[in-house]
Design a binder for this molecule. Structure first.
Ligand SMILES: *Cc1c(COP(=O)(O)O)cnc(C)c1O
Length: 397
């Protein structure tokens, strides 16, 4: 069977693949420690679950408007006002089946064959593949640990060509946990404003920030960007609701309407009862976020300390999200048994095979000197997994 040409570039999400492999090993009775996960390990808060139960009991089980219920759009508008001082009207909002779906719709609605989209590396695994699916060309800007994994305004300016249609910003970032300050966002906004380059701001980790850092939207910093920016967010990470599939986007009415048309010809509306749960999440008490954040923060500090104590590893203290992204190139060239570790894929494979620890190779994020470890897992698991990694590295020859 012959598949479409667009499939040549497309691979399944490497982060989901690691989780699946670790789960398969566990099912075989192998004691694997999983640092691959990209979702909070907490249960969805009870009041949110109850909203879905009530919706089910009330028979709220039919199609809703394609772009989301009025209730949920109102809750999203209120959220933007409350947290970001941004005003969006109903026709500037879209509810999708996860933030990933909003992003996919946006790429499809914006990008023509051959258009360029600027993506800073390390990047979330799906951005380049979504660009390929739209026939566009990802233009990758490299950043490193020295730069705090952040692009400079000069780098962005230099990457813009007449073919550039969009720029992707993800702060706080998956995989690095790095986040831009308001000052840094202002400087980026100065470069982007008036260029016609659409800013796609993925703010899914907005509420997961540490050490008193407040994640700010680039549109809040520069309101004149509002007509030139799409803000994407969702309830998955903030309320531990990854399986519910509710995300949203806010931007110019013309783009939102195009994204909604794509949705109307593909998925139709997001699940009716999940929208009720999402509404309860955004409108309800927000203290569940603080509880989650405290647990994450303790794990974050512990993990970074332990990683930095490993010879050949150097770990950046993340400002947000729930990942650490150590630079591990210090062990490249060494051997695990007879196998030479020459890059992040080799290291991830050897860690899984010999140490029974699942991590994601940095190559998946465009950063081969690194690996990603999620701390969205229990403290005990983190201790045990780091013991294993430490012993593994000690035994390298
Ligand atoms: C998890 C994640 C998403 C997608 O979230 P959903 O709302 O569950 O689709 C988008 N962007 C980044 C960077 C993520 O890590």
């Amino acid at each position: 069977m012959k598949l479409a040409k667009r499939m040549e570039h497309i691979k399944p999400s490497p982060t989901l693949a690691v989780s699946a492999k670790a789960a398969a090993m566990k099912a075989q009775g192998i004691d694997v420690i999983g640092f691959g996960v990209g979702e909070p390990d907490f249960d969805t808060p009870e009041h949110i679950k109850q909203a879905a139960v009530a919706a089910l009991a009330a028979g709220f089980t039919k199609y809703t408007p394609v772009g989301g219920t009025d209730d949920l759009k109102q809750a999203v508008a209120a959220k933007f006002k409350r947290d970001n001082s941004l005003e969006y009207a109903r026709n500037e909002l879209l509810i999708s089946c996860g933030a990933k779906h909003s992003l996919y719709n946006a790429f499809q609605a914006l990008l023509n064959e051959g258009d360029e989209i600027i993506i800073p590396a390390p990047y979330w695994v799906s951005y380049p593949d979504m660009a390929y699916l739209a026939g566009a060309v990802p233009v990758i800007i490299e950043t490193g640990q020295q730069a705090g994994f952040k692009v400079t305004p000069a780098q962005v300016r230099a990457a813009i060509t007449p073919r550039t249609r969009a720029f992707v910003l993800n702060s706080p970032s998956n995989p690095t946990g790095s986040a831009y300050s308001s000052e840094e966002l202002r400087e980026l906004a100065d470069v982007l404003l008036g260029t016609g380059v659409m800013v796609i701001s993925d703010e899914i980790y907005e509420s997961l920030a540490y050490d008193g850092f407040t994640a700010t939207s680039i549109v809040t910093v520069e309101p004149r960007l509002k007509e030139q920016a799409l803000v994407v967010n969702g309830v998955s990470k903030t309320y531990s609701m990854t399986g519910w599939r509710i995300g949203y986007a806010a931007g110019p009415a013309g783009l939102i309407s195009a994204m909604c048309d794509i949705q109307s010809q593909s998925t139709s509306n997001p699940t009716s009862i999940a929208q009720k749960a999402g509404t309860a999440a955004l409108n309800g008490p927000q203290d569940c976020i603080q509880e989650m954040l405290q647990a994450f923060d303790r794990r974050r500090r512990y993990m970074v300390d332990r990683l930095n104590a490993i010879e050949g590893f150097s770990c950046f203290m993340p400002n947000g999200a729930f990942y650490t992204f150590p630079t591990v190139s210090g062990v490249f060239g060494r051997k695990s048994g007879t196998k030479v570790i020459s890059g992040s894929d080799d290291l991830a494979a050897a860690l899984l095979e010999s140490a029974r620890v699942a991590v994601v190779a940095g190559s998946a994020f465009g950063a081969d000197a690194n690996i990603r470890l999620s701390y969205a897992t229990s403290f005990e698991t983190i201790e045990k997994g780091l013991d294993r990694i430490e012993a593994f590295v000690k035994n390298l020859i």
